[in-house]
Design a protein around this ligand. Structure first.
Ligand code: SF4
Length: 387
């Protein structure tokens, strides 16, 4: 294995794997995902990605401390022994310096830092933490930092990472220990991964006065027979019990010269439906039972989960928009949290009598809601759009 250490920091960063090809870093995972079969970047521009963090959209540097790894996850371009992967390694000082150059030059406003594992998780985690320490203390950077937590990192390391970063990710990869064993034979689902997320929540409870990083995770979807039910059932527990702010669903794509190179690529529509369902669980107070699982444990790809629920429940019992509460309004396709609030506000002083009045209060596609609502106590008449 050739490990290169002699390039200048920016040249090395340019050669690093473009991490967002493999995992999203911000709040809009679908728009952040880059397409194509390139596994490693060749230019700095490919390492800079626009992510949304809160309400802002920022260019961030998404990179790794090393593209070498001693583990052998079956789907991963960086797995040990894959001769085609170029291996680059940077010291914390080099990475921090390179990031500072980019940040001062106005090219990036944040950092997503991951790493392959070399000399164990604890040593690797120390290097990630050291990088963040230098960026925060020496270069005084106060902006967005997202740090990866290595499987099996120590409690004190997690605590320090959560003090330094805005967001930390512990990737579960598989929804059950069995799925993980097929994906990543050297990772321990319970002790190396789930335990990190449990500790993170414990740290937040033990230090309510401190501003600690939010936690997120990622699953590799579709390589080893995982079902939507498995993925969403664990997601629901992670949102409710361990207060994760985001679960990323990365559709599997085969990488040449890995044990999974001949497996089928996962349909991107499945990723889309999983995100729709997870937002319903996280933001709309839905339960797993509300989601349209078939006996296979998967959701249909041709209908979004909210519409599937509405077809079953609202076609025959439409919701009266003048009287429904906020939660009921948000059950209607085409009406989200903002739309529900706009309706509640508007109906205090006006009657919502037709589709035009809904558009006027800010419902962008009221036609989507039409089959499931009553306006003026009556079903809504809509014209068919023939062209
Ligand atoms: S530990 Fe991470 S970098 Fe290493 S092979 Fe597994 S997924 Fe890839």
């Amino acid at each position: 294995m050739i490990v290169t250490t002699s390039l200048d920091p920016l040249a090395k960063i340019a050669e690093m794997g473009d991490v967002t090809t493999h995992e999203p870093a911000g709040d809009q995972p679908l728009s952040e995902r880059k397409q194509g079969n390139r596994y490693q970047s060749r230019s700095l521009a490919e390492c800079i990605t626009n992510v949304s963090a809160g309400s802002a959209k920022k260019p961030i540097l998404a990179t790794m401390l090393t593209t070498a790894c001693e583990r052998n996850c079956n789907y991963c371009v960086f797995r040990a022994g894959r001769a085609q992967t170029k291996r680059f390694t940077m010291t914390p000082d080099e990475m921090a310096k390179g990031f500072d150059q980019l940040q001062r030059g106005g090219q990036v406003e944040g950092l997503f830092l991951s790493s392959g594992i070399i000399k164990g998780s604890v040593t690797t985690q120390d290097k990630l933490i050291d990088t963040a320490e230098i960026i925060r203390k020496k270069y005084n950077f106060r902006g967005f930092v997202h740090l990866k937590v290595m499987p099996g990192a120590q409690y004190e390391q997690l605590y320090r990472a959560m003090q330094l970063a805005d967001r930390v990710s512990v990737n579960m990869e598989g929804a059950t220990p069995e799925r993980l064993a097929s994906l990543a034979p050297k990772k321990d689902w319970t002790n190396e991964l789930l335990k990190m997320l449990q500790w993170a929540e414990q740290l937040r409870r033990d230090h309510p006065d401190q501003r600690l990083a939010k936690t997120v995770t990622q699953f590799v979807v579709g390589a080893v027979g995982d079902t939507d039910l498995e993925l969403l059932s664990l997601s629901e527990r992670l949102f409710r019990q361990l207060r994760l702010t985001r679960v990323y669903y990365s559709p599997f794509g085969p990488v040449e010269h890995t044990p999974f190179e001949n497996l089928n690529r996962t349909d991107p529509q499945r990723e889309h439906r999983l995100y729709q369902a997870s937002f319903l669980l996280r933001d709309y107070n839905w339960n797993l039972e509300d989601l349209p699982f078939a006996t296979s444990g998967n959701m249909p790809l041709d209908v979004d989960p909210k519409r599937a629920w509405a077809e079953l429940n609202l076609r025959t019992a439409p919701i009266d928009l003048m009287h429904a509460d906020r939660e009921a309004l948000m059950r209607v396709p085409g009406i989200g949290a903002t739309g529900a609030d706009a309706i509640l506000k508007a109906r205090r002083h006006t009657k919502l009598t037709d589709i035009a009045s809904l558009r006027k209060v800010g419902i962008r596609a009221p036609e989507q809601a039409a089959p499931y609502i009553l306006l003026n106590g009556k079903r809504v008449e809509t014209q068919l759009n023939l062209f």
